[in-house]
Design a protein around this ligand. Structure first.
Ligand code: MN
Length: 244
């Protein structure tokens, strides 16, 4: 018997819609990419829009999924994202994770295909300080995938590559960012893109050499930034609403 949808907090749905709009407005997602949040009343479920452009998502587009298999509970004719297994497998592997962004944000892509690691170039990117793993889909899916995380096995392999980190890059595809709230994951997704852009520019100016934050600096800055996330969210949300 199919399980029934459990109503989520309407404020959480509103925040998920806002996160979709913000990530589009800030250039993290375009017609593609997605953001999800763990269900506030059923931790083995998550909320994610139907397959559509994030910038157009409304509350009516939010679907409920089971974390154990990534399948929709209340499809009602709506088509789910092909790459929903990114979300289901990370929610299973990471009880601490409350929200997930998957994007193809452009400045990050180069760091997934070169030997140089993405490192924090400034204090706003400090959460990158613990290291940013790169997921190689050939290791899990063989030499000729279409690069998409289109099944449970690929989702599980990506979750394993992410480990306990906040960000992982998908070689030749994009990145995944996790957080303890929609506000935190949105903050991290925006600043992963900004940090990548600035790091590439610094490396160009410095002929491949740049000074990045040390692990100690990154940890200290992350602790400071934690209290400031709401300020960014309020600004980005107001801007996204004005742009809609
Ligand atoms: Mn993708």
């Amino acid at each position: 018997m199919a399980s029934a949808a459990i109503p989520a907090d309407p404020a959480l749905i509103d925040d998920l819609v806002a996160a979709n709009r913000i990530l589009y407005n800030e250039g993290v997602v375009d017609g593609f990419g997605h953001v999800s949040v763990r269900h506030d009343k059923a931790p083995d479920r998550f909320l994610l829009a139907r397959s559509m452009a994030p910038g157009l998502v409304t509350a009516a587009d939010i679907m409920q999924f089971a974390a154990h298999d990534g399948e929709p509970i209340d499809a009602e004719g709506r088509t789910p994202y092909l790459e929903r297994f990114i979300h289901s497998e990370i929610y299973q592997a990471r009880p601490d994770v409350v929200a997930i962004v998957h994007s193809h944000s452009p400045a990050v892509i180069p760091f997934g295909v070169v030997k140089r690691q993405l490192q924090p170039i400034f204090h706003m990117g400090s959460f990158l300080g613990g290291g940013v793993p790169v997921f190689e889909i050939r290791d899990a899916g063989g030499p000729a995938t279409d690069m998409l995380i289109r099944n449970l096995a690929l989702g599980a392999a990506l979750a394993a590559a992410l480990g306990d980190k906040p960000v992982a890059l998908l070689r030749g595809h994009g990145n995944v960012v996790v957080g303890g709230s929609l506000r935190e994951v949105t903050f991290r997704a925006v600043y992963t893109e900004v940090n990548a852009r600035l790091a590439a520019e610094a490396l160009r100016l410095g002929d491949g050499e740049a000074v990045f934050l040390s692990d100690a600096e990154a940890a200290a800055a992350t602790a400071t930034n934690r209290a400031q996330i709401g300020r960014a969210w309020d600004l980005w949300k107001a801007r996204a609403v004005a742009a809609a």
